[in-house]
Design a protein around this ligand. Structure first.
Ligand code: NDP
Length: 254
């Protein structure tokens, strides 16, 4: 998938870092990879900084999806680097998860905190980067909707599927489920709205992955999940617009 410019959130660890590493290793890496994270200076971003020192197309940008002022700052930095070019791919990957949030215990603050990061964050990111995504779509020689042209990929979760809930309710995680259900709805609304501008919008479930969030008992390594996600991106088209898909391109009922 030869995308000109890609931006990811939450790219200092887990699936986000895995995506950055594999994007750098593709035969035709993107001209620009904007790897954003909350703390670009501390030890949490050491691996990203090491990669950036070796890859001139990798740019680290400070961005907290729950802090709109950092999103505005990030847009300025990205715009300057792109120097008139558009942004082809926005991957909203950052997310939080509170395992102990059951119906009995979850409170308003936890619900709001998770919603702010997992649902409002992707909304604000898309709003802020929309002009750059539109520019990429307009200037592309591609027709129809595709990640090569312009796309918003929201990393969602099966746990946000309302229809699938009875099959996996042994993990209640109420705040997480509600926030990801909202993200799936957001994706559908974005798809219906941004289609005219030539921007594809899809929610992807990465599988159950061995990360800080997924835990070490999870099914998939980061490498396998990321390989799956990156193999899905090039095949996405109009027919997938607004859907929640897994890393094998099977639709998941929302
Ligand atoms: P991790 O917990 O390993 O990593 C989460 C990433 O999100 C970190 O980089 C973290 O940064 C970042 N992040 C959290 N809050 C913010 C914020 N406010 N602003 C910017 N970045 C933030 O999670 P995974 O890699 O496992 O998950 C990535 C995505 O995949 C998430 O959206 C998750 O919901 C989804 N997913 C994961 C599954 C799994 O099994 N792992 C299953 C289904 C979906 P920091 O280091 O600063 O905290």
């Amino acid at each position: 998938m030869a995308a000109g410019a890609v931006l990811l959130t939450g790219s200092n660890r887990g699936i986000g870092l895995g995506l950055v590493k594999q994007l750098l290793r593709t035969p035709q890496p993107p001209a620009w990879i904007f790897a954003t994270c909350r703390h670009t200076a501390g030890s949490r971003a050491q691996e990203l900084r090491d990669l950036a020192s070796k890859h001139p197309n990798l740019v680290l940008v400070k961005l907290d999806v729950a802090d709109p002022s950092t999103i505005t700052q990030a847009v300025k930095i990205v715009e300057e680097k792109l120097n008139g070019m558009g942004l082809n791919l926005l991957i909203n990957n950052a997310g939080i998860y509170t395992p102990e949030a059951s119906l009995e215990t979850v409170g308003a603050e936890e619900m709001i905190r998770t919603y702010k990061t997992n649902a409002v964050g992707p909304l604000l990111m898309a709003q802020a980067f929309l002009p750059l995504l539109k520019k990429a779509a307009q200037e592309s020689t591609e027709r129809g909707l595709s990640c090569r042209r312009a796309a918003i990929i929201n990393i969602s979760a099966m746990l946000g599927s309302i229809q699938k809930t009875p099959h996996c309710f042994f993990k209640p995680v109420i705040s997480y489920r509600c926030s990801k259900a909202a993200l799936n709805m957001l994706t559908r609304c974005q798809a219906l709205t941004y289609r005219e501008a030539g921007i594809l919008c899809v929610a992807l479930h990465p599988g159950w992955v061995k990360t800080d969030m997924g835990g070490q008992e999870a099914d998939l390594t980061v490498d396998t999940s990321v390989q799956g996600l990156l193999s899905v991106l090039p095949v996405l088209s109009e027919k997938h617009n607004g859907a929640l898909l897994n890393w094998e391109v099977d639709g998941i009922p929302c």
